[in-house]
Write a protein that binds this ligand. Structure first.
Ligand SMILES: [Zn+2]
Length: 100
């Protein structure tokens, strides 16, 4: 489990750099700031990806025990305890529990 966003971590680095008066006056400081900028960009991409994954819907293929029809279900893995309803006979055939 990642505590806090990656962006937040990079923000702390940036704050640290500022408190050390790293402002790009020298070549080394420019390099340091460029590294932090790059990390910030990467962290943004990673955070977006993590957010996208946690809101992901996935498809379940199953067979209805009631009418025997092959069904595919789009399930959001964030919402647990969602009743699964067969789109053929409209019977509730199960409950999706959170899988994470
Ligand atoms: Zn059915």
């Amino acid at each position: 489990m990642i505590s806090g966003s990656l962006r937040g971590q990079v923000g702390k680095l940036r704050g640290l750099a500022a408190s050390l008066r790293v402002n790009g006056d020298t070549g080394e400081q420019k390099l340091l700031l460029a590294i932090i900028d790059t990390l910030d960009e990467l962290a943004g991409v990673m955070d977006d990806r993590l957010n996208a994954d946690s809101g992901q819907t996935y498809t379940l293929n199953s067979q209805c025990p009631n009418c025997g029809k092959e069904i595919s279900l789009s399930v959001s893995n964030l919402r647990g305890d969602e009743p699964v309803i067969c789109d053929s006979c409209h019977e509730i055939i199960g409950v999706i529990s959170e899988r994470l």
